[in-house]
Design a protein around this ligand. Structure first.
Ligand code: SF4
Length: 216
C-alpha cells in the first residue's frame, strides 16, 4: 500500500528578515505551522493555535511556495515539533536550504531531525507565560540557543538565572528579549538592558528586529 505523504497544516508562509536569536538579520522564508499545545498569555501568534485553522499542505506544496532566492527557511508555529518534520526537512535540505526550527522546547526532536536542522531556537516558557513547565535540558545537546521572553525584568531575570544554573546551560547560548506585546517596545528593551547590566548578568539582550522596523 502506498504510504500517504506527510501533510502539514500551515498558518502562513512569508519572507522577512529573521528578527530574533543568533540568526538575527538574515533574510528567511518563514513557514508557520498551525497548532500549539500551550496557551502562553503573551503569545503574539494566537492565530496559529489551532491546527484545523491552517491550510492543509504537502511537502511539495510548501517547497513550491518558498522564495528560492532566499536560502534560509524558518519553521515556526505554533509548536512545529507537534509534527513529524523529517519529510519536510529532508526536502528542504535536498534543495540546499539552511533550516531553523523555533520551538518551545517541550517536545524533543528525533535524532533524524537533529541531523537535518541547522539551528534549533528553543524558547523555554517562564512563569510569566502562565505555565509552570518542568524542563530538563541537562543531557540535551540539540538546542542551538535558548531565547527567553522577559515581561518583568526584576522578577523574570532571577528566574532565568536560576533556570540557566539548574539546567547547566552555557550562558553564551542564552538570549533575552522583551515581551513583544508591549506598546513602548524600545522602552521595554532599554529597561531590560539596564536591568541586565545592573544585575551583572552575562546574557545577550536582543530586540525583535522585525518589530522595530515594522516588518512581519
Ligand atoms: S508556545 Fe509559542 S505559539 Fe504556543 S502559545 Fe506559547 S508563544 Fe504562542
Amino acid at each position: 500500500m502506498r504510504k500517504l505523504s506527510q501533510v502539514y497544516y500551515v498558518s502562513e508562509i512569508f519572507v522577512s528578515i529573521q528578527g530574533e536569536g543568533s540568526v538575527i538579520g538574515e533574510p528567511s522564508n518563514f513557514v508557520r505551522l498551525a497548532g500549539c499545545h500551550l496557551r502562553c498569555v503573551w503569545c503574539d501568534t494566537k492565530y496559529s493555535w489551532f491546527k484545523w485553522e491552517g491550510k492543509r499542505m504537502s511537502v511539495e506544496d510548501i517547497t513550491n511556495s518558498l522564495d528560492k532566492r532566499v536560502r534560509n527557511v524558518t519553521i515556526t508555529g505554533g509548536e512545529p515539533l507537534l509534527y513529524d518534520l523529517t519529510p519536510l526537512a529532508k526536502a528542504l535540505k535536498e534543495e540546499g536550504f539552511r533550516i531553523v526550527v523555533e520551538t518551545s522546547g517541550t517536545i524533543r526532536p528525533s535524532q533524524g531531525l537533529r541531523r537535518l536542522v541547522d539551528v534549533f531556537s528553543v524558547s523555554p516558557k517562564l512563569s510569566n507565560s502562565g505555565h509552570k513547565i518542568k524542563y530538563d535540558f541537562r543531557n540535551e545537546d540539540w538546542p542551538t540557543y535558548f531565547k527567553f521572553v522577559i515581561v518583568d525584568a526584576n522578577k523574570d531575570l532571577d528566574e532565568v538565572d536560576q533556570f540557566v544554573k539548574e539546567q547547566g546551560l552555557d550562558p553564551r547560548k542564552v538570549i533575552l528579549q522583551p515581551n513583544g506585546l508591549r506598546g513602548d517596545y524600545e522602552a521595554a528593551f532599554r529597561e531590560l538592558a539596564q536591568a541586565v547590566l545592573f544585575k551583572g548578568l552575562p546574557y545577550r539582550v536582543l530586540p525583535q528586529l522585525h518589530r522595530l522596523v515594522g516588518l512581519k
